[in-house]
Design a protein. Structure first.
Length: 363
């Protein structure tokens, strides 16, 4: 097996060992590569932005410093929502973002991050890696000059912060709410919500001033860091619009294709290290933050079933409307739902009864 095959076939944990065992000199002999990554997130979100930093650290370590990626928070190189245009114009090499921020370009973007009543974290990973998900989505993203890799998943999100209690669907009418983007905003509009998409860093002030009545972002750890509990007392669950949310690295196709096989393997491995790191962090940090929020008088409440049912109905209407207009949207949506049906069937006999039982006993 030649050295390139060794790199390509090495596992994440094994790549460093392969380099140390003798492939490293070949990598070191290559010309230095310097990339720039623009994030749609501020440094203060150490979970999400931290994934980009983890990527950079891993690439540098595996390449012996010959491949480096500088990481830039939202606003440093460009606005948070300017990264796709920058990739198209070859201004940057990579971005870290949430695909559903760009549904104004095409609603298909949402499938790469989250859609209402969509996939869980494990299901999303499986659909993208071993189903048709990433293949279908990357074929669509070619027109925007990038390919994707997961940067980590937030897991199932919370339903957001509200300045007033939400008891019925009627309480949503006229509500000005910051939403992450995507078809979720269209579904909420059917329920009377005035949807607004804005970067995370701008939300607190808008909520404090009353420009916003509600905000959904991620979950307890990030939400507490952003201080939403200080200006909105009601915290609802679950975030039915994000059964999981897959944050992603958007990688400039031209720049990726120009990399050596060794550097491609290093970058591919580093994205997986970063994605696993982010997802695990959320699992550790969210329960700790949730207990702290409740101790500080946050009023934790479930969405009424009436509202969940209304949200499901509205969401399915939105999907049908987009399917009628776009064969490509329909193809991806139907593929995801077929995959989801099999996953739900399996979960009925695996994770769901196990988790339900464990939630009923004292440990």
């Amino acid at each position: 097996m030649d050295r390139r095959s060794l790199i390509k076939n090495a596992g994440i944990a094994g790549i460093a060992g392969v380099l140390a065992a003798g492939v490293a000199p070949a990598v070191h002999a290559q010309a230095a590569v310097r990339w720039r990554l623009a994030s749609s997130f501020p440094k203060s979100l150490d979970t999400i932005f931290g994934s980009a930093e983890k990527l950079s650290q891993t690439v540098k370590a595996l390449s012996g410093g010959k491949f480096e990626i500088s990481v830039h928070p939202a606003g440093e190189l460009m606005p948070a929502f300017g990264v796709v245009d920058a990739l198209q114009s070859d201004t940057i090499d990579m971005a870290e973002t949430a695909a559903y921020y760009f549904t104004g370009k095409d609603p298909i973007f949402a499938f790469s991050c989250a859609v209402p009543f969509g996939l869980t974290t494990l299901q999303m990973n499986a659909w993208k890696d071993h189903g048709n998900g990433r293949k279908l989505l990357d074929a669509f993203f070619e027109k925007y000059n990038f390919k994707t890799a997961s940067a980590g998943n937030t897991t199932t999100q919370m339903g957001g912060w509200y300045r007033k209690e939400i008891k019925t669907v009627a309480d949503l009418k006229g509500l000005k709410m910051r939403l992450g983007g995507g078809v979720f905003g269209e579904a909420m509009a059917k329920l009377g919500v005035v949807a607004q998409n804005m970067p995370a860093g701008d939300v607190y002030q808008a909520l404090e001033k009353g420009t916003l009545d509600a905000v959904e972002f991620v979950g307890p750890y990030d939400d507490e860091k952003l201080g939403f509990n200080k200006v909105a007392p009601f915290y609802y669950y679950p975030g039915w619009w994000e059964g999981s949310a897959d944050l992603e690295f958007f990688i400039n196709i031209k720049k990726y294709n120009a990399l050596s096989p060794e550097n491609k393997a290093i970058l591919d491995a580093a994205t997986r290290v970063a994605a696993a790191d982010m997802t695990s962090k959320y699992q550790v940090l969210n329960p700790i933050a949730l207990k702290k929020l409740v101790a500080n008088k946050t009023q934790l409440k479930p969405f009424p079933k009436e509202l969940m049912d209304a949200g499901f109905k509205a969401s399915m209407e939105v999907f049908a409307e987009h399917e009628a207009k776009s064969p490509e949207f329909k193809k991806i949506h139907q593929d995801m739902r077929a995959f989801q049906r099999d996953q739900i069937l399996w979960n009925r006999f695996s994770e769901y009864p196990f988790n339900q039982y464990m939630a009923s006993v004292k440990i």
